[in-house]
Design a protein around this ligand. Sequence first.
Ligand SMILES: [Fe+2]
Length: 393
Amino acid sequence: MTAEREFAQTAHTMLSALMHSTGASEGVLFVFIEKPSMLNSIAAQGFALMPDPSVIPLLPRHVHALSTTQGAVLLSKQSYDTFLSSNGNVAPELFKCLAPLRVGGKLVGAVALGRREGESLYDEEGLQSLDLLCHYVGLAVQNHALTQTLAQRVAENLRLMASLHGFYDNALEAFATAIDVKHVNIHGHSIRVGRYAAAIGDAMGMDANDTGALRSAGYLHDIGKVAVDKRLFGKPGSLDPEEFQEMADHTTVGHQIVSGVNFPWPRIPEVVRWHHERADGSGYPDGLRNEDVPIQARIVALADTFDAMTSPRPYREPISLGATLNEIVRMTPLKFDPSAVQALLVQIRRDAVGSNRVPFLEDRSAGNLAPPDVDHLAATLQHKLTNGRSYLT
Ligand SMILES: [Fe+2]
């Protein structure tokens, strides 16, 4: 009964056992379905004509009778109507004996037996062994129903989540574009940070749900910039302290904006607030260190820096990919998360050997790094992380 196999097979086996114990030559095993109340056959044996599935709708009084009767009952012309309706596709008169299946007082199904071998009547002993077995059959039926409902609910939730995610993705992409429209110099920045962050997470072994969350967090990380004076984005020189503060406040302002939103992913508010924090505590707004910042925010921080360096600024040309990565490795682990930087190098190397289905870098010509150059950077990073010691693994 508890074996892992097709439930139809299990139902058949259980019915055989029930019939054998009572000497029945005809029998049906039903599951009880609520809303609308009915008995639905899952196994039948011996009957010359039995629809598959056979269905017997039940009225509340039938459900009540099946839920409260003491064990198996013999059916007669007078008692059919007490337990079963004749509105289904099978005539109740075919059944001579009926045993409800219950778990914790709740109806989960029923066993209906037809004629007995040699046309003899069901005896007390047969009914008792039927009751005994029905206890276990009820549990098995209930278990199956629960598993099915659970699987259905999980599938439904996943479908709902997928459609929600699709909806969010599109809406957030539009939002990211709107944030970047503020100034031509950051055009496309948020979209790229979202893409980079998701790809870094992917190379770190995260699943689709987590990388989706990273993409959205990347799209929204600079949302607080909607409150920053447009003039500051185009300023050619460096910002004075007051201007810098206004720019830095985009983290806390953004945090306020997204804190009230129930995103289907956690961590968005943290990423928005902490994507300018650095491992050594030199970042803003809270000066947090290392693991005090969630990994999602550390990944977006890296993606943000990577895109800022490889994009043009009012006061400088874009920095080359090689120089950018050199600088990032130089600042790791002091400023950046080493595992995230490693994952970034993995993605750049995949671009270099052409094994990325979707290229990591939008502009392939920017990826003018040869695989040995990337390997050299990875080795440098590894060397720094082990303090110059090498370990045999
Ligand atoms: Fe930012």
